[in-house]
Write a protein that binds this ligand. Structure first.
Ligand SMILES: Nc1ncnc2c1ncn2[C@@H]1O[C@H](COP(=O)(O)OP(=O)(O)O)[C@@H](O)[C@H]1O
Ligand SMILES: O=P(O)(O)OC[C@H]1O[C@](O)(COP(=O)(O)O)[C@@H](O)[C@@H]1O
Ligand SMILES: [Mg+2]
Length: 426
C-alpha cells in the first residue's frame, strides 16, 4: 500500500499567530472552473433563515483552552453551505462507499448524504459502491435515491456492505473516471481516510473535477482531532448491557468476577466511558495505561483484595490493553488483517485464564464470567444523539463538496462542524 502522507499542507498564516490548516479546493488545480449560485438560496425551507450561508473566512480553533499571551493557534475551515457552488445540480454524479469495521450510524450517514444531495441540491445521480473499496472495480453499483434509503437509519450495519483490504488506487480512480463520478463520499476510519487521501492525490494528478470527501467512522474513537466519532455514544450505551450482565453474574456467585472485553485496538475510550457511565466497574484496563499482574500493586493482588472486601467485582478490559504482557508469555504475533492492521491476540481469554490459575494456586474460590460483546455492540442502529450527529456530518460533507472543497474529512471540532485536511485525520 502506498504511503499517503505526501499531501503538501495548505497553511494560511494570520495575525497573532493565527494558522488556518486549510483543505484543498478544486480550483487549486482547475483554476477556471465556473461557479453557480447555491440553489439553497431559492429553497423556502432555508432561505428564510438569516445567515444560512457560512462566511468564507469563518474558521474553528483546534484548541479552545489558550494562554492569554499565547498564539491564536491552529484553525480549521468551518463547514456549511456557501453562497457559490462549483457544481450544477444535474451535473453531479455522486457515489458513497463504506469501508472497515461496522459502527452504529453508518446507514444514517448514507441516508443523510443521499437526502442532502437530493433535497438540498436537487441531485439525481447517486450510486452506492458495494462492499468497500474493492467494490469500485469488482462489483456492481447500487443506485440510491431518497426512497431507497428512507428506512435504513433504523437498521444496524451498512446497506452498502463493507470490507477490509482491496484498495487499488489505479483501479478505483479508473472506475471513478469511467463512470463519470464527480463527488466521492468515503465513510471509514483511519485506514479508510489514508485510502481516501491517495485516491484524492491520484484524482488531482489526473486533473479531474472530482471532489473526494471523507466522513470519519471509528467506533474506537481514535481520531484525536475530532471531538468524538459517530456511533461512539451508541457503543458506550450498548456496552452497559454487557456490564450490567457481568455485574449480575458477579453478584450472584461466590467471589464472582464479571469480566467484559470491549473494542479499542490502540485506545480505551469505549472501555473508559462505559466504565464511567456504569458505576459498577471496579477496574478498567486500557492500552494507554500499562499494568502488571504479579506482586505488590499488581492486578491479581488488587482482585484478591477486592473480592475479600466485597465478595464480587466487575472488570472492563479494552482489547488493546495488556498486549505486551501476553507477548511475553506467548510467541510473538505478526499477523495482520487484510487492511494491514495488526491482529491482536485475545487478551480477554488470556487474562481470564491467568486470573483463574492464580486463584487455583492460592486455593481461593472464585467464579469468573467472561463476556465479549464486540459484534453485538457494533451491529446495533445508532441512538438518538448519534443520529443527530450523523445527519450534521453528512450535511456538512455535502455542502463542502458542492462548494468545491476536496481532500477533506468532515468532522466535529470543539462542537463545530469543520473541514479537516486528510493528513490530520489519521
Ligand atoms: N495506507 C493505506 N493506503 C490505502 N488504503 C488503505 C490504507 N490503509 C487502509 N486502507 C484501506 O482502507 C480500508 C479500511 O481500512 P481498515 O483499517 O480496515 O478500517 P478503518 O478505515 O475503519 O480503519 C481498507 O479497504 C484498506 O485496504
Ligand atoms: O473483527 P473485525 O471485523 O476485523 O473488527 C475488529 C476491529 O474492529 C474495530 O471494532 C474497529 O476497527 P476499525 O475502525 O479499524 O474498523 C476494532 O476495535 C476491532 O479491533
Ligand atoms: Mg482503523
Amino acid at each position: 500500500m502506498s504511503s499517503p502522507k505526501s499531501i503538501k499542507p495548505k497553511i494560511v498564516n494570520g495575525p497573532g499567530g493565527y494558522i488556518l490548516q486549510d483543505v484543498p479546493h478544486l480550483i487549486d488545480y482547475l483554476p477556471d472552473l465556473p461557479t453557480y449560485p447555491n440553489p439553497l438560496q431559492d429553497n423556502p425551507a432555508y432561505s428564510v433563515v438569516k445567515q444560512y450561508f457560512v462566511d468564507a473566512d469563518d474558521s474553528v480553533p483546534e484548541k479552545i483552552v489558550v494562554h492569554k499571551d499565547g498564539p491564536r493557534g491552529i484553525h480549521f475551515r468551518r463547514a456549511g453551505p456557501r453562497q457559490k457552488v462549483y457544481f450544477e445540480s444535474d451535473e453531479v454524479h455522486a457515489c458513497i462507499v463504506t469501508c472497515g469495521g461496522l459502527c452504529p450510524g453508518l446507514n444514517t450517514v448514507i441516508r443523510e448524504i443521499v437526502s442532502s444531495l437530493s433535497y438540498m441540491y436537487g441531485v439525481k445521480k447517486i450510486l452506492g459502491i458495494d462492499g468497500g473499496y474493492r467494490g469500485f472495480y469488482a462489483k456492481n453499483t447500487i443506485p440510491l435515491n431518497s426512497k431507497v434509503v428512507n428506512d435504513i437509519h433504523k437498521r444496524g450495519g451498512t446497506v452498502l456492505g463493507t470490507s477490509r483490504g482491496g484498495h487499488d488506487t489505479t483501479k478505483i480512480v479508473d472506475s471513478i473516471q469511467d463512470r463519470g463520478i464527480n463527488q466521492v463520499y468515503i465513510i471509514g476510519g483511519d485506514g479508510t481516510q489514508r485510502g481516501a487521501s491517495v485516491i484524492f492525490e491520484e484524482i488531482r494528478r489526473r486533473g479531474l473535477k472530482v471532489a473526494v470527501v471523507g466522513i470519519p467512522k471509528t467506533i474506537d474513537n481514535d481520531i484525536p482531532v475530532i471531538d468524538k466519532s459517530f456511533g461512539f455514544d451508541t457503543a458506550v450505551e450498548e456496552a452497559q448491557r454487557a456490564i450490567n450482565a457481568a455485574h449480575v453474574e458477579a453478584e450472584s456467585n461466590e467471589n464472582g468476577i464479571g469480566f467484559v472485553k470491549l473494542m479499542g485496538r490502540y485506545s480505551g475510550f469505549i472501555a473508559m466511558y462505559a466504565t464511567l457511565a456504569s458505576r459498577d466497574v471496579d477496574c478498567c484496563l486500557i492500552p494507554e495505561s500499562p499494568f502488571y499482574l504479579e506482586g505488590e500493586g499488581g492486578l491479581l493482588e488488587f482482585i484478591e483484595k477486592r473480592l475479600k472486601e466485597h465478595g464480587h467485582m466487575v472488570i472492563v478490559l479494552a482489547e488493546g490493553a495488556g498486549q505486551d504482557l501476553m507477548s511475553k508469555s506467548m510467541e510473538s504475533n505478526t499477523l495482520k488483517d487484510a487492511s494491514g492492521n495488526k491482529l491482536l491476540k485475545d487478551v480477554g481469554l488470556w487474562l481470564s485464564q491467568s486470573i483463574k490459575d492464580y486463584f487455583k494456586k492460592i486455593q481461593m474460590v472464585m467464579n469468573l464470567k467472561y463476556i465479549d460483546p464486540t459484534y453485538m455492540i457494533r451491529a446495533v442502529p445508532s441512538n438518538a444523539s448519534d443520529n443527530v450527529y450523523c445527519t450534521l456530518l453528512a450535511q456538512s460533507a455535502v455542502h463542502g463538496a458542492m462548494a468545491g472543497y476536496t481532500g477533506y474529512t468532515s468532522g466535529l471540532v470543539n462542537g463545530r462542524q469543520t473541514y479537516i485536511p486528510y493528513y490530520v485525520s489519521y
